[in-house]
Unconditional design. Structure first.
Length: 379
C-alpha cells in the first residue's frame, strides 16, 4: 500500500525536477517510474522504490476495477440523539462527551482505551456506566484502513482477549500495547499496528517542525526543507512522530515539551541531568534527541522517564507469557527488586506474577525467567 493507492508505470517521467516521494532522490532526464493516475496528483516513485516488497505485494491491478467500500461500514463511531451521545462499535453502552478534571492521583490517570495514553485534552468520549474512555481521534479510527505503513488493508481489533498473550508489539514503532490493534487482512502476513501509528495520516502536522510532513514507510519526512549540507532533510521515525508533544510530570508545575533536536533546548546544556533518574545527559548525539523539557524551570527529562518504557500498557491489565499470568501494576514508592536482573524497578510499571510475590521490571526479564516462574507454580 502506497500513499497513492492507484499508480501506473510510465516509461518517461516528465517531472524531471520532482523527487521520488519515497527516497527523495531526483529522476534522471527521460527516466521512467510510477506516477499517480489522477491528473491533479504529482505523486511519483522510482520503479525500484515502488516495487519494494514492503510496499507492493506483487499484484498487477491493471484492468481490475477499483475496490469500493461503503463509508458507513468502516465508521467506528456514530452519532446518537442528534450528536448528544455516540455509539462506538467496541462498546455496548453509548458514550457522552466528558471533561478532564485534572484531579487524578499519580498511577490513577484516566487513559484512553484505544491508545492507553492519558486523557489530558479538554474533553473526551466516555461511558457513564463503566470506565471505557476514548480520545476523539482514537474513537474515529475506521474499522477498515489502508495505510502508508503497510501494503495490505488493515482491520481494527479492539478485544485483547482474542490475543493469547493479552498484548501485542507494533510492527512499526515496536512498542508493546494492550490497546486497539490494526491487523493485516492477509492470513500469511503478521503485520500489526497500534492506534497511535495508525492515527498518523497525510499531511502530518507536528509542532516540532514548521512544515507539514509526508508519511513514508517508516516515518514522516519534510519535503519542503532543502536536503544535504548544513540543512539536512527533517525526518521523524514513527516512534518519535507518535510521542505526545506535552506531558505532565510531578517534578514540574508546567507541562513538559518534547524536544526533538539539540537546538530545541533553550537553556545551557552543560551538566544537565534527568530530573527523574538523575543520570547525566550527554550533550552529543543521540542522548540529546527525544527529551522532555520545561523552559521556565530548566527541567529536562528522558522520554522513557516521562512516559515510561511501556506507555501503551495499562495498569490492572493481565498478560500471559510462557504460559503464566502476569499482572501489570503501577510502580509504588516501595520500588520492588526485579527477580531476574536484581535491580530496583524504576519504571512507571511493574510486572507481578499472580501466583507469587515475584516482581519483574520488564518484559525481557519475564521471558528470561521461565524456569523461576515454573518453580513458583510447582511445575
Amino acid at each position: 500500500m502506497l500513499v497513492c493507492p492507484a499508480i501506473s508505470l510510465s516509461t518517461e517521467i516528465v517531472f524531471i525536477y520532482q523527487r521520488c516521494r519515497l527516497c527523495y532522490n531526483s529522476f534522471g532526464c527521460g527516466s521512467g517510474g510510477y506516477i499517480c493516475i489522477h491528473e491533479k496528483c504529482f505523486y511519483i516513485l522510482h520503479s525500484h522504490c515502488a516495487t519494494k516488497k514492503e510496499l507492493w505485494d506483487g499484484r498487477d491491478l491493471e484492468g481490475e476495477p477499483e475496490e469500493t467500500s461503503n463509508s458507513e461500514d468502516v465508521k467506528s463511531l456514530k452519532e446518537v440523539d442528534d450528536g448528544k451521545t455516540f455509539h462506538h462499535f467496541s462498546h455496548q453502552h453509548d458514550l457522552t462527551r466528558l471533561c478532564v478534571n485534572g484531579e487524578e492521583e499519580e498511577g490513577d490517570e484516566r487513559v484512553c482505551q484505544a491508545c492507553i495514553l492519558p486523557l489530558d485534552s479538554d474533553s473526551f468520549l466516555g461511558c457513564k456506566e463503566c470506565d471505557v474512555e476514548l480520545h476523539d481521534t482514537c474513537a474515529n479510527l475506521p474499522r477498515k484502513l489502508e495505510h502508508t505503513f503497510h501494503r495490505h488493508p488493515l482491520t481494527l481489533e479492539v478485544d485483547m482477549t482474542n490475543i493469547k498473550e493479552g498484548f501485542f508489539s507494533c510492527s512499526k514503532c515496536e512498542r508493546e500495547s494492550c490497546g486497539f490493534m490494526y491487523r493485516c487482512c492477509q492470513e500469511e502476513c503478521d503485520f500489526k499496528m497500534d492506534a497511535k501509528c495508525a492515527s498518523l495520516a497525510n499531511p502530518v502536522y507536528n509542532k516540532a517542525h514548521q512544515h507539514p510532513l509526508t508519511l513514508f514507510d517508516n516515518g514522516a519526512r519534510c519535503l519542503e526543507c532543502p536536503s544535504g549540507g548544513v540543512h539536512p532533510l527533517f525526518y521523524l521515525h514513527s516512534k518519535t512522530a507518535t510521542l505526545p508533544m506535552l506531558v505532565k510530570n510531578k517534578y514540574d508545575t508546567h507541562p513538559l515539551t518534547l524536544c526533538i533536536r539539540k537546538s530545541d533546548i533553550e537553556f545551557p546544556s552543560s551538566l544537565l541531568r534527568c530530573e527523574i533518574c538523575e543520570i547525566r545527559i550527554n550533550t552529543y548525539y543521540p542522548d540529546f534527541q527525544n527529551l522532555y523539557g520545561c523552559f521556565d524551570c530548566n527541567t529536562i527529562v528522558h522520554v522513557e522517564c516521562a512516559i515510561g518504557k511501556y506507555p501503551y500498557l495499562k495498569p490492572g491489565h493481565t498478560i500471559k507469557l510462557n504460559g503464566f499470568e502476569i499482572e501489570i501494576a503501577s510502580n509504588s514508592l516501595s520500588r520492588p527488586v526485579c527477580h531476574a536482573c536484581h535491580s530496583t524497578c524504576q519504571d512507571k510499571l511493574v510486572f507481578k506474577d499472580k501466583s507469587s510475590a515475584i516482581s519483574f521490571c520488564s518484559i525481557n526479564c519475564i521471558t528470561s525467567s521461565k524456569k523461576t516462574l515454573m518453580q513458583s507454580y510447582g511445575v
